[in-house]
Design a protein around this ligand. Structure first.
Ligand code: IVH
Length: 711
């Protein structure tokens, strides 16, 4: 392959990887409310994907994250569970009257200038705060609030009106004056549902006490709250809502600003921070003012929204597939604070990765007090030459864990701590004397696991140090158990991290299989638990025995076998016995499974301890064989006889065969009059092609075939 083609092929791979990563990030953000990327990182990746898609137009995909807004609609989970009640199931989905789009983001004066330069000369721009919650569309029919839809996938959303009615700031009926001006009887208002800082902190405190996962930020908390099935619980949490957009036919006023003032008279909560600006300088002054002042607001904001004021001009500018051309968001840079790094400690995660943690002098950051932040890995610490005692920059993006992003330059470092810059004996400082050798020994990552004492290993090509003692290192064991019971795995309710801690420390669960030996008594006698919790937990455990094989495989926690990969493996190896015997070649023939994952799987089943766990799980009655319905994805290809011919780029032949069967079709070997179509890859044999043409059998390309299944 020449260099040019090599670059092309790497870029294509990058494009596909970005699509996958962004789709997953969207899911984490909108559905699970646990963001994995900061907004800035997300936007940078999105920009790169847009660039690549422009360069490779033949790779267009209507499902690419560049083509649609992130969706908060949750995929159905097959097993009913208590947690299901907490999530977005059970809401009727309703089509939006007008698509609910997103805004394109900007991060600098230049980007805003560029946007303004594309608008009509002399245009008025309304500046508003960008509230950091989730958008809601309120429908008023004949003056009454009838529906409240989440953004959903932009085309349809969940109707959460009962929950919305608990928000005092949202009128349930329009005031008389409002109602009388509407000749159509219909009005739509859009706005942002928020959980004010105070309520957010109270909620997280309660969750912490209950051992439940914390919300990363008020946005995630608001989103999780709005999707609760119990409106009484929603009411307790104290949501708020600001409105920023009015839609409907024959509405009053010719500008956006005036419309919002009218909405305010009708009883809606409209922010006072709205300002009409006439040029870039005025816009930048507004931004500068609110970047500081927003810290005094009771709710979270993450930027400014700029909108063309004149509605006729708005209409003329129109929309792209994802956002209006008449509006743009400016995102504030993630907030950073300088603080002292008091100590570096080391945390061992579920997979044994040892993460250095910065223990900081507490600082206020984006509304919360931060005292711990990730230092990522050894290389990061070395590159920045970070040591205990340094002044470091801590940043909080969209993620729950704040991170260290830099170090203040040497001049600003407190000279008093300079002699302490030794990794060997920082505790002696500042009283102890540092010898010259100690002073410059450089940073040393621990050689042994801080939890179990095992010698750490660093895998070639990876930045992380790992504790290899998978079966004897407490956080790894507890982490494995937490993963096992988690929603997408076995979905066992009531076993939060604190309960697992408790049961582990009592020696009641030492591995995942022990869960199935727990008795009512074991659980009920624990402090904080009791008979009722014990019953619930046991019911959840019992129910988990119905969880299908693919999720059981995911739950085992084999390194790098995520949810999707587990599904693909389970489709190929329909029983655990088959999987135990699988060879590397058979494994890497599966889409998404590379050399490394194949090795991890083989190593997992070669380990005595794992085999023992698997056997006990089997005996407990877990599903380790695929049920037929799992394989039957649809009947789209029912009655179709399909010949596969040629070379394919997106899936292997074997996978296409499985797909055909999973969608009800039949894969046949040779072309005849009974053949419905040929799934034709590159370099299809000339004989076959001729035969298909002579008897009029259509050839379907790989892309068209996949689109057919997606449709
Ligand atoms: S206008 C057609 N105004 O930001 C565009 N959106 O990133 C309508 N948001 O989905 C949106 N504050 O949820 C608008 N003052 C404001 C906003 C605002 C927050 C949210 C909204 C939107 C998201 C886009």
């Amino acid at each position: 392959m020449d260099l040019f083609s090599q670059i092309e092929s790497t870029e294509r791979e990058e494009l596909l990887a970005l699509r996958k990563e962004l789709a997953e990030a969207n899911y984490k953000y909108y559905v699970e409310n646990t963001p994995t990327l900061s907004d800035y990182e997300f936007d940078q990746k999105m920009k790169r994907l847009e660039e690549l898609e422009k360069a490779y137009p033949e790779m267009y995909d209507a499902n690419s994250p560049t083509q649609k807004v992130g969706s908060d609609i949750e995929e159905p989970t097959p097993t009913p569970s208590l947690k299901g009640r907490e999530k977005g199931k059970g809401f009727a989905q309703v089509a939006h009257k007008y698509p609910m789009l997103s805004l394109s983001n900007s991060y600098s004066r230049e980007e805003i200038a560029d946007w303004i330069s594309k608008l009509p000369a002399g245009v008025e721009i309304v500046c508003e705060l960008k509230f950091d919650g989730l958008s809601i569309s309120l429908w008023y029919e004949n003056g009454i609030l009838t529906k409240a839809l989440t953004r959903g996938d932009g085309v349809k959303g969940d109707n959460v009106v009962e929950n919305i009615k608990t928000i005092a700031a949202i009128p349930q009926r329009l005031s008389d004056i409002g109602y009388r001006v509407l000749d159509t009887g219909f009005l739509e208002l859009r706005g942002e549902v928020l959980l004010p800082w105070e309520a957010f902190e109270r909620l997280n405190k309660e969750r912490e006490a209950e051992g439940e996962a914390l919300f990363a930020n008020p946005r995630n908390a608001a989103s999780g709250t709005l999707k609760l099935q119990d409106s009484g619980e929603v009411a307790k949490r104290g949501l708020d809502c600001y409105l920023y957009y009015m839609l409907g036919d024959n509405l009053p006023a010719g500008t956006h600003f005036d419309r919002l003032q009218i909405a305010k008279q009708w009883g809606f909560k409209i922010s006072d921070a709205i300002k009409v600006c006439r040029n870039l300088d005025e816009v930048m002054a507004y931004i500068a003012y609110w970047d500081i002042e927003r810290k005094n607001l009771p709710v979270a904001t993450d930027g400014i929204v700029l909108k063309v004021n004149n509605l006729a001009q708005q209409e003329e500018l129109g929309f792209t597939a994802k956002s209006p051309r008449w509006a743009i968001a400016y995102k504030f840079p993630a907030e950073k604070q300088l603080t002292r790094l008091n100590a570096i400690t080391y945390q061992v995660g579920r997979t044994g990765v040892v993460t250095p943690v910065a223990n900081l002098e507490p600082v206020q950051l984006s509304g919360t007090t931060v005292q711990r932040a990730t230092l990522h890995n050894e290389d990061f610490i070395r590159q920045l030459d970070i040591r205990e005692g340094d002044m470091v920059w801590v940043e909080k993006g969209g993620e729950i864990i704040p991170k260290i992003v830099g170090k203040e330059n040497a001049n600003a470092v407190d000279r008093a701590v300079a002699p302490c810059r030794s990794a060997q004996a920082p505790v002696d400082c500042p009283t102890g004397l540092k010898t010259a050798e100690l002073f410059d020994t450089g940073y040393m990552f621990p050689t042994h696991c801080p939890e179990c004492g095992a010698e750490l290993v660093r895998v070639e090509g990876e930045a992380a140090w790992r504790c290899p003692n998978e079966t004897g290192c407490p956080p790894q064991i507890k982490g494995k158990i937490e993963h096992f019971v988690s929603r997408k795995a076995m979905n066992i309710d009531g076993l939060g991290s604190e309960t697992i801690d408790l049961l582990y420390s009592q020696g009641l669960i030492k591995d995942i299989a022990d869960i199935y030996r727990l008795t009512q008594d074991d659980i009920a006698k624990q402090e904080r638990l009791g008979e009722k919790s014990a019953q619930n937990i046991l019911a959840g455990i019992e129910q988990s025995k119905q969880v299908p094989w693919a999720r059981v495989l995911f739950a085992l926690g084999i390194r790098m076998v995520g949810e999707t990969t587990a599904k693909k493996i389970a489709r190929r190896f329909t029983t655990i016995e088959q999987l135990k015997q699988a060879s590397t070649d058979q494994l890497i023939a599966i889409d998404d499974v590379g050399e490394q994952i194949a090795q991890n799987i083989i190593a997992y089943f070669n380990d005595e301890n794992n085999l023992n766990i698997v056997n006990r799980l089997h005996e407990a009655g877990l599903q380790m064989v695929s049920q037929d319905e799992e394989l039957q994805l649809s009947t789209k290809l029912a009655g179709k006889n399909i010949v596969i011919s040629g070379v394919f780029s997106q899936h292997s032949r074997d996978e296409y065969k499985q797909m055909i069967e999973a969608h009800g079709g039949k894969n046949v070997g040779s072309i005849s009059k009974k053949t419905s179509f040929v799934l034709a890859g590159d370099n299809m044999g000339p004989e076959k092609r001729k035969k298909a043409e002579s008897i009029g059998i259509p050839l379907v390309s790989e892309e068209d075939f996949l689109a057919m299944l997606e449709a």
